[in-house]
Design a protein around this ligand. Structure first.
Ligand code: KG4
Ligand code: ZN
Length: 337
């Protein structure tokens, strides 16, 4: 079974082709990605209308490229998968519309995927794939969740953010520090020149009894500290504040992940979503996990942020476990929230 996957939930157009046998981990045949970062940079964030229009421009050429690189043709595609949500409504509609049109033209099924399930399963395409069951820390721009994962489609929510997501905390703090979009990688870069102990920032809900997160208070503390430093803040202090911000977010993520492992008694952790690319998180989580004999699995670096491979993969893994329904005649919907 060959699955063509299309991701268009936000500011990356991703297309990929995976091949799956009846069982076993699907194999990535080819993937292509176009990021809109340059286009949105001038506005300091994603402009939804521009995002949709750019997905329209990119998606068909990317699909052609992927099929060409895989040595395949449209006739080889058995299923066309797309991101159904969450994401920007207009952007999702582009991927869903193209996927369902392609599927209809081919007389093949279309299959809608939950974007977070794509992130969650993306480490299965790495050279060190996890085995079920495991605890998953999902950290993206819109979500922060801890899950117990017993198999494909068998997910139990252990905790989640009650306000901002971890990626949002990175992005909003970066904005307060006068860094560009996307803020997470920019803040992480600046943080490498700073000392995380110079400024003291809160670690919200660090010792709460549950596995929930809260990052809104941290953002407020960063704003207050930035105001105190004033508009003429020196580069070194900005780096110290960036390092303190990164460390506060990472400390909470590490602490709660370990608590989730302790609570479930599991010894495998999967970290996925854009923030899983953060090197400080990887370093501190790696150290904490090693002390407890826990193995940590990440997606390949190129698959941490949004991509088509994770969507094709999630569809293929789902379809290995459940029969495809009768379908709804290619009428499609998206679920932005
Ligand atoms: O998963 P993703 O690409 O998109 C969503 O589904 O939201 O995640 C994007 C988020 C952004 O908030 C971005 O700032 C953050 O991931 N991010 C990072 C890093 N790379 C991406 N945050 C911290 N450090 C990084 N290296
Ligand atoms: Zn994402």
């Amino acid at each position: 079974m060959k699955v063509l996957g299309i991701e268009s939930s936000c500011d990356e157009t991703g297309v990929a082709l995976v091949e799956a046998a009846e069982s076993g981990t699907p194999r990535l045949l080819a993937q292509a990605l176009h990021t809109q970062i340059d286009m949105h940079q001038a506005y300091g964030g994603v402009v939804p209308e521009l995002a949709s229009r750019d997905h329209i421009r990119r998606v068909v050429p990317l699909a052609r490229q992927v099929l060409g690189e895989a040595g395949a043709t449209l006739a080889d595609v058995d299923v066309v998968a797309f991101t159904r949500g969450p994401g920007l409504a207009g952007a999702l509609l582009v991927g869903a519309g193209v996927a369902c049109s392609l599927a209809a033209a081919l007389g093949r099924p279309a299959y809608g995927v939950h974007h977070l399930e794509g992130h969650l399963l993306s480490p299965f395409l790495s050279s060190d794939p996890p085995a079920f069951p495991f605890v998953a820390l999902l950290v993206s721009g819109g979500h922060t969740q801890l899950l117990r994962v017993d198999g494909v489609g068998r997910y139990a929510l252990l905790g989640e953010t009650i306000d901002d997501a971890a990626g949002e905390a990175f992005d909003k703090s970066a904005q307060l520090l006068g860094l560009g979009y996307p803020g997470g990688p920019a803040l992480a870069r600046l943080a490498t020149f700073g000392d995380p102990t110079v400024f003291t920032l809160p670690r919200p809900l660090l010792h709460s009894a549950n596995l929930d997160f809260s990052f809104a208070g941290l953002k407020t503390a960063v704003r207050q500290q930035a105001l105190k430093l004033g508009p003429n803040v020196c580069e070194q202090d900005r780096a110290h504040l960036a390092a303190a911000t990164e460390r506060a977010i990472v400390d909470v993520l590490v602490h709660k992940s370990i608590a989730a492992l302790r609570r479930t008694g599991l010894d495998r952790l999967v970290v996925a979503g854009g923030v899983s690319a953060n090197l400080t998180l990887r370093e501190l989580l790696g150290a904490a996990a090693a002390r407890r004999g826990v193995r940590v699995h990440y997606p390949e670096p190129a698959l941490c942020t949004d991509n088509g491979a994770m969507i094709a993969l999630a569809a293929a893994m789902r379809l290995q476990h459940e029969p495809l329904g009768a379908g709804d005649g290619y009428a499609f919907d998206v679920k932005p929230r």
